[in-house]
Design a protein around this ligand. Structure first.
Ligand SMILES: [Zn+2]
Length: 462
């Protein structure tokens, strides 16, 4: 090779979304993949002997809440991206429901400044709100797209969501029309607020405030109604829509997504790893809410991941303090929903792949290539010449037990604590630089940069 090579990773089994796996050397120069070729054929200033290891592209998590600004007692960019780095996630996409919510350029810039100073991995920022005039400016700043909240918070400690919540169907259609005009992706938390509130009231009236009842009630029929309305609005406006945590809707939502896709609606969907079951709630209580699956639904989700119906694994990394969660011990509605997941997502999915649920190529597709494609980040999510050298080295024969005391989120707890997993992450590389090894963050200055969607070519007429 004629160019100067900084690093060569030798002899790993390389997994890309498209083809392989194959044994190869991967050369890195200036933070990018400079070459992929026969083992032993390339030399660089530094070599990593990766024989017996597997090389994956770094994961791209489309849905995290790093809570900064305004909720730094739960999480910060420094802690949340340290967790990401140690979990093999090299790009995180942060949601706009911080305090204040990111609904205009000024707030977008303020959040970017915080992230740039602290982030250990690359980051994209979602925008929010219903001010159509702001969208173009937010897009120019590099917003990943617009997050639409069809839900409204029922808790008094969430006043900020009023600036983000979609009031009705007209607003939804207008918003998607504007997104289509700008070719801006819309990520949607689908919901029918009235139906959800009614279900909550019904359960409370029969004193069902336990974790299982609350998890099930999130999957109410209203979510399906919300999804149907989004599909219809996307069909009418031509907007590209991405369904956030589709698993918060009843399982039939997957059929609706598939049907819409077959009819030409530009729709994608994400789920977290379906790794918590209702039975886990006996032990976890409120700490397992809301993503604990009835066993038959978990099986259906594993199938949907294997078959390609789920486009991306996204964690909805939602750190809360233990005290905040414990406030829901007697009445789960009193606690905020969600749990930290960005550091355990790839390990859980790797475990599932190594147990034979799906291939490593499919793992890469849902963890890296798929989410990068959805967010239109062509330099991310794949091992290909010219791509950013965001890589994860994995020992497929290793194993480890998740220990919440060793995780990096400020939350300090995990619903997966004690889980024995096959496979072990050995090293995370961001644009050619090792940032984490064996579950530890390296002591180097945070080097995360903002990522922004590439402008897409004008759509063809097909
Ligand atoms: Zn979320």
């Amino acid at each position: 090779m004629s160019t100067r090579v900084d690093l060569v990773i030798t002899g790993a089994e390389v997994i890309t979304g498209g083809y392989g796996p194959f044994i190869a050397d991967v050369a890195i120069a200036d933070g990018k993949i400079a070459g992929i070729s026969m083992p032993g054929s390339m030399h660089g200033a530094e070599q990593i002997d990766a024989r017996s290891l597997v090389l994956l592209p770094g994961a791209v998590d489309l849905h995290v809440h790093l809570r900064d600004p305004g909720l730094e007692h739960k999480e910060t960019f420094a802690d949340g991206t340290a967790a990401a780095a140690c979990g093999g996630v090299t790009t995180v996409c942060d949601m706009p429901n911080t305090r204040p919510p990111v609904i205009n350029v000024e707030r977008f810039e303020a959040k970017r400044k915080i992230a740039q100073a602290q982030a250990h991995v690359d980051f994209g920022l979602w925008a929010g709100g219903m001010k159509l005039d702001e969208f173009r400016g937010l897009q120019a700043e590099g917003a990943l797209g617009l997050k639409i909240y069809m839900n409204r918070s029922h808790r008094a400690d969430d006043p900020y969501t009023s600036e983000l919540s979609m009031p009705d169907g007209d607003a939804l259609r207008d918003t998607l029309a504007r997104c289509a005009e700008l070719d801006m992706l819309a990520a949607v938390h689908v919901c029918n607020h009235e139906a959800e509130a009614a279900e909550r009231a019904r359960l409370s009236s029969v004193t069902r405030t336990d974790a299982k009842a609350v998890c099930r009630s999130y999957r109410n029929e209203g979510a399906l109604d919300g999804l149907s309305r989004v599909i219809e609005a996307a069909r009418v406006t031509g907007a590209r829509v991405h369904i956030a945590h589709v698993s918060l809707a009843p399982i039939t939502a997957l059929g609706l997504v598939e049907q819409a896709r077959c009819q030409g609606v530009a729709i994608t969907c994400e789920s977290g790893p379906p790794a918590l079951l209702e039975a886990d709630l006996d032990r976890l209580g409120v700490f397992g809410v809301p993503f604990a699956f009835p066993p038959e639904e978990a099986a259906a989700y594993w199938d949907a991941i294997r078959d390609g119906l789920i486009d991306a694994i996204a964690t909805d990394h939602a750190p809360h303090t233990r005290a905040e969660k414990e406030a829901g011990n007697d009445d789960v509605w009193a606690a905020p929903p969600g749990y930290p997941g960005v550091e355990t997502s790839l390990p859980l999915m790797l475990d599932a792949a190594l147990r034979g649920n799906f291939t490593l190529a499919r793992l890469v597709e849902v963890m890296s290539t798929g989410p990068a494609r959805i967010a239109n980040l062509p330099r991310k999510g794949s091992i290909a010449v010219g791509a950013d050298a965001d890589l994860v080295l994995v020992d497929p024969n290793g194993e480890h037990v998740v220990d919440e005391n060793l995780l990096h989120s400020k939350a300090g707890w995990s619903p997966f604590h004690g889980r024995a997993l096959r496979g072990r992450l050995v090293r995370t590389i961001l644009r050619g630089q090792t940032i984490a090894a064996d579950g530890q963050l390296l002591e180097i200055a945070p080097s995360g940069r903002q990522v922004a969607p590439e402008p897409r070519k004008a759509a063809t007429s097909s």
